[in-house]
Ligand binder design. Structure first.
Ligand code: IFM
Length: 462
């Protein structure tokens, strides 16, 4: 038997041997070094300094200090046995003001990281935008202005030129719904606006940025694949009443069809825009740019909500409300619904012509106990996070179910390698497979890390 066959025979979890196992992080959440080596400020640096925005006034100035400690992180990834590491580039490290000449020190940081990953046989998956917009662009209107999309395409071209010979999997945007709606309508993320028209303008410009960056990747003939990562939602109808079924359909649009319809050439969902009495700032040719073919779609999944019909109001024009459930919850207050992952993947595979799907984030925040003292027999400290292990076990099993259903699911990334800066929650909510001591920044793998290592090796679902 060849090595691949031996490996497949050893797997007792039903996953194909070429299924890709990975781990994900993002720049602002782990890098720190916010003012080193010519990095410019991002909208998150500024937002964290606004009183009342982030829990206990915390920020990403130091975060996990991965800007300096990346060799430790690469070693952790290697010991975990992942095939791929999904990380993002901090645009302000590359272009401090979001345009103009690039910053060599910033580019070198990512080049070193990529080379170290490749040396360990780990494939770099580079996300170009995970929310840390250069502050100068933010001050000029951020995603509400069209120009930001063109600046993004220029920055993307710099990254392709710099790393395109070694990076073969790119994603343009991470969860653009969060950038547009949490940032511009709900006031929960930077820049903290509460204005629906701004959120819709941001939606269009984010999609335009995505399309321009895909087009630029293709036109330059790089080897590799490029895709988009969204956080779709297919909420559960609270009952079997027709009205709740219809409400659940409407509730999924803003997180799902609003993004996928244009990306797959179907235009914006009209009923959604009509309910808001809104037009998108579309110019001639935009929809073609946005529909540039992608190689894969990334799905970030954490939970599934239940919704019931409700009267449409100006504040909630889609006519639904979230209803409580009796399901267990993570520290984020999110329902734990492993089969919801199977449902959302199935729904996407049935509705849009997606060739390859990846779960690009999945994981859970729980309040972990402090690391137990070093055990004599293993010489290592332990963090027992049984809830997180159970969460992973259930959701990875749901991925296997989705594959059995016929979903073209090709890989899975755990969120996250490290306990890190969880946006408006600061470091109060921890998603890591590895604890990061807030004082010393020392890393300690949790039981979930050991579980995931077994999973990747082929026997985690036993
Ligand atoms: O930490 C975030 C990540 O930045 C984007 N997806 C969801 C995660 C958990 O909230």
């Amino acid at each position: 038997m060849k090595s691949k066959e031996i490996k497949q025979a050893r797997r007792s979890d039903g996953f194909p041997e070429d299924f890709l196992w990975g781990c994900a992080t993002s720049s602002y959440q782990i890098e720190g070094a916010y003012d080193e080596d010519g990095r410019g400020l991002s909208i998150w640096d500024a937002y964290c300094r606004e009183p009342g925005r982030v829990s206990r006034g915390q920020n990403g100035d130091v975060a996990c200090d991965s800007y300096h400690r990346w060799p430790e992180d690469v070693a952790l990834l290697s010991d975990l046995g992942v095939d791929a590491y999904r990380f993002s580039v901090a645009w302000p490290r590359v272009q401090p003001d979001g345009q103009g000449p690039s910053n060599r020190a910033g580019l070198d940081y990512y080049a070193r990281l990529v080379d170290a990953l490749l040396a360990k046989g780990i494939e770099p998956w580079v996300t170009l935008y995970h929310w840390d917009l250069p502050l100068a662009l933010g001050q000029a209107g951020g995603w509400t202005v069209r120009d930001t999309a063109y600046r993004f395409a220029e920055y993307a071209a710099i990254m392709y030129r710099e790393l395109g010979d070694r990076v073969h999997r790119w994603t343009t945007l991470n969860e653009p719904w969060c950038s547009a709606f949490l940032g511009y309508e709900h006031g929960e993320h930077a820049p903290g606006l509460r204005d629906r028209a701004s959120a819709l303008a941001a939606t269009h410009h984010l999609l335009l940025a995505h399309g321009l960056a895909v087009g630029s990747f293709r036109s330059r003939g790089y080897v590799g694949e490029i895709g988009l990562v969204i956080n779709p939602a297919t909420p559960r109808p609270a009952t079997r009443h027709e009205a709740d079924l219809a409400a659940a359909e409407r509730a999924s649009v803003e997180r799902t069809g609003l993004w996928l319809n244009p990306v797959y050439g179907l235009g914006y969902p009209e009923a959604y825009l009509k309910a808001r009495g809104a037009d998108m700032p579309v110019k001639a040719g935009d929809m073609e740019i946005i529909a540039a073919p992608i190689n894969f779609l990334g799905v970030n999944y954490y939970n599934e909500d239940a919704v019931a019909e409700a009267p449409a109001t100006p504040a909630a024009p889609d006519g639904y409300r979230f209803v409580p459930t009796a399901l267990p919850k993570t520290e984020m207050g999110w329902d734990v619904v492993p089969q919801g992952l199977r449902r959302v993947l199935g729904n996407i595979a049935r509705t849009w012509p997606v060739r390859s799907l990846y779960v690009t984030e999945n994981g859970a925040a729980y309040a972990d106990e402090a690391a137990a003292p070093v055990a004599a027999e293993t010489q290592s400290a332990r963090v027992h996070d049984a809830d997180r292990v159970a969460y992973y076990r259930g959701h990875i099993a749901a991925c296997r179910d989705a594959i059995a259903d016929g979903v073209p699911l090709k890989g899975y990334f755990a969120w996250s390698l490290l306990d890190n800066f969880e946006w408006a929650h600061g470091y109060d909510k921890l998603f890591g497979l590895v604890t990061v001591d807030p004082r010393t920044l020392a890393r300690t793998p949790k039981d979930s890390y050991l579980f995931y290592r077994d999973m990747i090796a082929g026997y985690g679902l036993e």
